[in-house]
Write a protein that binds this ligand. Structure first.
Ligand code: CP
Ligand code: NVA
Length: 310
């Protein structure tokens, strides 16, 4: 049995809003919740507001189910039917909603808009994905990796694709946990320099734990986990054609998997474009832990909510 803790930070906007100890605790709590061991934790009558400026299946539904399992509820604040779509200032929306809701989970484009919500909200704000980060996804990813390998020691996590929000949060959360990370992307599509700088600080400036590479074959060599995501994220659809060309050679396929360690697994945050960033064959192969990973969104978010709203 674990005692429930309150996170030191009121918000979860970035993977860096938790300490190393807090991430380890959240993963442990999530696993216990998944195993049905923490049923006494309740958020009875608590309300989570969901503001999603972009589409979502997993994040939206896993937050709804997580609140429901904890005895609370959610309100889906669709920007097109609320005054958010009309352009009501974030600072007004945040001050009003935090008088009704106990927390807000927000998916939007600019990370600075999320920070503006957090600045004006008196209740916890959770990043449900911005252009910069997807920290809830990273928690689920590391829970999935820990379930597979029982430890992060000796795990080599290789992300092949765009240096996007998912890659940024993997880098930050992975650096907190001391996981060896390789990011392979075409030149010009590297992760945020600020994120790399913060990760290097966490790694005491050692170049052994985080490598940014441009050769997917080299990055896959000896990897325990191959992770990929779409080449064009939501909001980048206009660039898709030219981006697809830049990512030629970055498809996760059988040849790439043949370079990895025996016992390696494949992750994808979903939704996927089969035949682009990953072949259908690898997506459906016995190496795939993609649906365990999707399920784990629910468990980590349940743990996160319990530690933020209490
Ligand atoms: N992985 C993820 O965040 O999926 P959704 O866009 O469906 O929420
Ligand atoms: N990088 C993707 C992740 C989707 C969950 C996007 O932002 O669209």
């Amino acid at each position: 049995m674990l005692n429930l803790i309150k996170l030191a930070n009121n918000n979860f906007l970035s993977s860096l809003d938790t300490s190393r100890e807090e991430v380890i605790y959240l993963l442990e709590l999530a696993k216990k919740m998944k195993d049905g061991e923490m049923q006494h934790i309740e958020l009875k009558n608590k309300v989570l507001g969901l503001i999603f400026d972009k589409s979502s299946t997993r994040t939206r539904v896993s937050f709804q189910v997580a609140m429901s399992r904890l005895g609370g509820t959610t309100i889906d604040l669709n920007p097109t039917t609320s005054q958010i779509g009309r352009g009501e200032p974030i600072k007004d929306t945040a001050r009003v909603l935090s008088r009704y809701c106990d927390a807000l989970a927000i998916r939007t484009f600019n990370h600075s808009d999320l920070e503006e919500y957090a600045k004006w909200s008196t209740k916890p704000v959770i990043n449900a994905l911005t252009d910069l980060e997807h920290p809830c996804q990273a928690l689920a990813d590391f829970l999935t990796i820990h379930e597979e390998f029982s430890s992060f020691k000796n795990v080599v996590l290789t992300f092949i694709g765009d240096g996007n929000n998912v890659a940024n949060s993997l880098i930050l959360c992975g650096s907190l946990l001391g996981v060896e990370l390789r990011i392979a992307c075409p030149k010009g599509y590297e992760p945020s320099p600020l994120v790399i700088e913060k990760a290097m600080e966490l790694n005491n400036n050692s170049h052994n734990l985080l490598k940014i590479m441009n050769d997917p074959q080299e990055a896959a060599s000896g990897a325990s986990v191959i992770y990929t995501d779409v080449w064009s994220s939501m909001g980048e659809e206009h660039n898709k054609e030219s981006k697809d060309k830049s990512f030629d050679g970055f498809t996760v396929d059988e040849n790439l998997l043949s370079k990895t360690n025996k016992g390696s697994i494949v992750l994808h945050c979903l939704p996927a474009y089969r035949g682009q960033e990953i072949t259908d064959e690898i997506f459906e192969s016995e190496k795939n832990r993609i649906f365990e990973q999707a399920e784990n969104r629910l468990h980590v978010q349940q743990a996160l909510l319990a530690c933020l709203i209490n």
